[in-house]
Design a protein around this ligand. Structure first.
Ligand code: NAP
Length: 334
């Protein structure tokens, strides 16, 4: 299987490391290798039909600050001109337009390539168009890591719980907000907790997407479409962020044995993200950067999953699980 990677930052490089670490597993399971035929960052790309050593590719990016020798202006033109089977799309998320990721995914699907992405923008804005395009062209489009990073949720609902009627799904889908709210539980004001999140590398310099609830809303839109078969976009989600939560509000919640958490909730009728009071000790009251989701279904009852919502290897582990599911279909295990 020939894989090309669009976006070579934290996740793209983590994916290369995972491929290197699971080389023998893939060989044993399929009798062939996953060949990384190239990768692209914001300015350059590398391509070799015979493949690269994934660890070398990462070393080159770190030492030269660029992944390849070739410059480009239009990523679609690059994708049109190379040979690959699977696109791993991990360029930056753009919740307004879908960004370059949207163009890359459409290009790959139109050329009958399978796609794995954790880029939320394209999925939260143009889900039905992308899934229709994939179906029409006989392609597989997988995106487990787009919601909850390493925490299994999409495939859990679609595969393990396939016969269930899922009534609702709610959870904490943004580790940065949860870190800030956990710090506020300990008496820190919002601004100070945000600063600490930035110093720890959890929050970006511009934290808008996290603290305004946009990142969680993307995930809720993706879950609505995949788990509930709805046809919604990011713009349909009722969103309230955490910026107006005061120390007084957190203290008042604590006096009633509650915490405030940013909860995303989706059902046949609900589609919202906002701060909610959660009783201390409830599965959704967790502290720190973890993600958690509670699935409520008619036969199984409540099921809670918790895991790391972000991280180099953690997110790449979800891409690996999508890769294995595609290879199971395309190559078949030995
Ligand atoms: N980090 C996580 O744990 C995590 C978890 C779940 C989902 N995600 C999603 O995964 C994606 C990647 O996240 P990340 O943390 O790896 O981001 P990142 O570290 O900022 O890396 C982004 C990469 O995309 C490249 N890039 C920028 N503009 C591009 C363009 N126009 N065409 C092609 N490549 C371009 C960047 O190039 P340069 O290297 O030249 O700057 C960089 O290599 C995002 O959509 C994010 O929302 C991340």
């Amino acid at each position: 299987m020939k894989v090309f990677i669009c976006g070579f930052g934290t996740v793209g490089q983590g994916f290369c490391e995972v491929i290197a670490r699971r080389r023998q597993f893939i060989r044993d399971r399929y009798g062939e290798d996953v060949v990384i035929v190239g990768a692209m960052d914001s300015r350059s790309y590398a391509y070799d039909p015979n493949g690269f050593d994934p660890e070398r590719l990462v070393e080159r990016k770190i030492s030269d600050k660029r992944v390849g020798d070739r410059e480009y202006t239009d990523s679609v033109q690059v994708l049109e001109g190379i040979d690959y089977d699977i696109l791993v799309e991990v360029s930056p998320t753009d919740v307004k337009t879908g960004g370059v990721g949207l163009k890359n995914i459409i290009c790959a699907l139109e050329n009958k390539k399978d796609v794995i992405t954790v880029n939320k923008g394209p999925l939260a804005l143009r889900f039905s168009e992308l899934t229709d395009l994939a179906k029409r062209n006989g392609c597989l489009l997988r995106f487990e890591g787009s919601v909850g990073g390493a925490m299994p949720i999409i495939n859990l609902c679609r595969e393990n719980l396939v016969g269930e009627n899922i009534c609702s799904l709610r959870g904490i889908f943004n580790g940065t907000c949860n870190f800030i709210l956990s710090k506020m539980d300990k008496g820190q004001p919002f601004e100070q907790a945000l600063k600490e999140a930035q110093q720890m590398g959890y929050a970006e310099t511009d934290p808008t997407n996290d603290i305004e609830g946009y990142d969680s809303a993307c995930k809720i839109a993706i879950l609505a479409n995949t788990v509930f078969g709805r046809d919604v976009t990011f713009n349909d989600v009722r969103i309230t962020g955490i910026t107006s939560i005061t120390e007084d509000a957190v203290a008042l919640a604590a006096s009633r044995n509650m915490v405030i958490r940013l909860i995303g909730e989706v059902s046949e009728t609900k589609l919202e993200v906002g701060p909610r009071l959660v009783p201390k000790g409830h599965p959704l009251s967790i502290s720190g950067t973890l993600n958690t989701a509670q699935i409520l279904s008619d036969l199984a009852g409540p099921i809670t999953v918790t895991g790391r919502g972000a991280g180099r290897l953690e997110t790449a582990s979800a891409i690996l699980s999508d890769l294995v599911s595609i290879m199971d279909e395309r190559v078949k295990p030995q």
